[in-house]
Design a protein around this ligand. Structure first.
Ligand code: FES
Length: 288
């Protein structure tokens, strides 16, 4: 059992919540870019979430969770002092940062929560970080102060212009790349993008002509998180890879986004149907 020591909603809409959880073994080994899988009870769905932070001395890990499905909505009702049945991790590979000098990190919506610890660690290592944070509207903007502290330049944009600059992350990424060229500044030696699949696909299209290596963190459906079930498979460079053990980071210019988006849509429909299913044995809805 793992104790929740801190719980804090991150946006006005209360759709994204930070949990700091006592898990000393995970805290000892966790690195930016990795994830954990939690279960709320023994029959519960296994839900992967990225590590948003860790405190090795306190023995805690932090995760930021968006209430998107039945289990994540249930997690949002867990309070400080309550316990979570299981957390497994850290899983996946840490984000590669060695040798980088200038990076643009792009987060879309809750993807900013995953991108934040990566930007923070890069910034602490002396890498110049431009952070582009995109949201649909002002009420779901998160981590304003944290992102500012973790970057040399922060651009917050919203689709409707209700906070920060108006427009999509792709527009601002292109603007920053072009500005580097026009002013004779060093170009980004890496772009790291985390957010909805469609956003990452279009960001990859922006960087491709400039030949800027672009890394995305994938979040496909996962079950075991250890490379056994094949649920998280993605096609990268024409080969099948498993996001849980080969990723979650992949070269965006090699990812087959069309099959990824199709698979995600299929599972979303299945999950919605399963959440509505009434069990004839128990009369209840399934937990997942
Ligand atoms: S989650 Fe099962 S193979 Fe990756």
């Amino acid at each position: 059992m793992y104790k929740v020591v801190t719980k804090r909603f991150l946006n006005d809409a209360k759709t994204i919540c930070l949990f700091e959880i006592e898990a000393p073994l995970i805290a000892r080994h966790a690195q930016a870019g990795q994830f954990v899988i939690f279960r709320l009870d023994e029959q519960g769905e296994r839900v992967p979430v990225s590590v948003a932070g860790y405190d090795r001395e306190k023995g805690t890990v932090s995760v930021m969770v968006q209430a998107a499905g039945r289990t994540t909505r249930m997690l949002h009702t867990v309070e400080e002092g309550d316990y979570i049945t299981d957390i497994a991790g850290p899983l996946g590979k840490a984000t590669e940062m060695d040798g980088l000098k200038k990076v643009c990190v792009v987060g879309g919506g809750v993807g900013c929560a995953i991108a934040y610890p990566i930007a923070k660690e890069m910034h602490e290592r002396g890498i110049e970080v431009t952070f582009i944070a995109g949201f649909r509207s002002a009420d779901i903007v998160i981590l304003k102060e944290e992102l500012k502290a973790a970057s040399n330049k922060l651009i917050i944009c919203t689709d409707d212009g209700s906070y920060g600059e108006k427009g999509f992350t792709t527009v601002f990424l292109k603007r920053e790349i072009e500005e580097n060229i026009e002013k004779g500044l060093p170009q980004f030696d890496r772009v790291v993008a985390i957010g909805p699949d469609i956003m990452m696909k279009f960001l990859a299209d922006v960087t491709r002509p400039y030949e800027i290596k672009t890394i995305i963190s994938l979040d496909p459906i996962m079950v075991d998180g250890t490379g056994m079930c094949g649920g998280c498979r993605v096609i990268v460079g024409g080969e099948t890879k498993f996001a849980c053990v080969d990723g979650p980071d992949f070269d965006a210019h090699q990812v087959d986004f069309d099959s990824l988006i199709k698979r995600s849509a299929f599972y979303r429909e299945e999950q919605d149907a399963a959440a509505q299913h009434i069990c004839r044995m128990t009369g209840g809805k399934r937990n997942g």
